[in-house]
Design a protein around this ligand. Sequence first.
Ligand code: AMP
Ligand code: ZN
Length: 438
Amino acid sequence: MNIDSPYLHPEYETLSREEISKLQTERLQETVRRCAKVPFYERKFREMGIKAEDITSPQDVRKLPFTTKQDLRDTYPFGLAAVPLTDCVRLHSSSGTTGNPTVILHTKNDLDEWANQVARNLWMVGLRPDDVFQNSSGYGMFTGGLGFQYGAERMGMLTVPAAAGNSLRQIKFIKDFGTTAIHAVPSYLTRLYEVMQEQGVDPRRDTKLRVFAIGAEPHSEEQRQRIEKMFGVKAYNSFGMSEMCGPGVGFECQEQNGLHFWEDYYIVEIVNPETLEPVPDGEIGELVLTTLRREAMPLIRYRTRDLTRVLGRTCPCGRNHIRLDRMRGRSDDMMVLRGVNIFPIQIEKILMTFPELASNYLITLTTDNDNDNMTVEVELAEMFTDDYARLQSLTKSITRALKDEILLTPIVKLVPKGSLPVSEGKAVRVVDKRKVYQ
Ligand code: AMP
Ligand code: ZN
């Protein structure tokens, strides 16, 4: 580890475009060979008449089949494993919905590479082994916990697994341990700042904070800048998803001009979500990723549903890995609120257990003072709007039940029957008014 170098892995970070292309070709062939051991892919390759030798450039990825989240659900839990389960050492799982959740398997090497990816990102934004890194994100199945933990340790930093919430304790750790860097979802950092203000803590005067890694949920450039101004700290956008490993897939460098997606680990495509054809650079489309190093569960042309665009393939920082714009949102109906994935159907399921409620409901997502909130309006089955105590206690019970399901506390509003809009076709269940679009 050369701590004077701006690069942690210069042999990969500074590859030329030609070198990236050559490496990707070799690694894509390897991935196809690995996938040929998975019945799901073996059948598709056979039907399409594809062999690893047919891959002669990274663009040949287009000859390969797409993989969707539904494929992961259909093969739940271990159907996409490319190695025996005895070679796997960990699994992560996405928050379950009505159907099967998705499971991602990891071998020892997968975890090793994942830690390298995260370490590379943290180094890229100027962190060094003498920094103190506080990971204020959820641990457990959510990959932001262990992903950053192992990556920060790999880089050699003193790493504090503070986990999410409990702001007073977070602030105490920041002050007592001399924390210089935090990873958290952006909406949490704005909350943390409010608590600091209440406590009379000035982050500039009373802490050593200098770098934030923010991600796991869509956020605007304005919100990032606001966070930077509040704390006097540089905040870098971190993109990740469980299916690719977790955090570490894409990260901003110190130029803050888009997310570098690591092309020694992934082939990046942006496609039109309708036609599935590639869109030109600069045009918004769905992000499609192919893993190049993963052993336990390699994924080919995984449709992320995230919408973004290519900004460039060179950067003044010296890294030529593709740069993508911050995510615009998702093409499906999943809501990501404060880093938690929520499906409307989870809300519906709870509401429907209350006989006092009618069937119509509306979820509204808003950004209030930079915090993302959810309001659930639901129609009452019968009118008892004059019984205030009864309304209040019902509202409380619904709120609690929803919180148990989605792990966040929504604002529940009971409205008279017939007062919410009814659509002619499919019901519109979610109105997203958050400031995620620029
Ligand atoms: P999960 O697999 O549960 O970690 O969720 C991954 C999803 O979170 C991605 O597909 C994105 O929709 C979202 N996400 C993660 N990081 C970011 C980010 N930096 N900006 C916007 N959305 C993000
Ligand atoms: Zn750069």
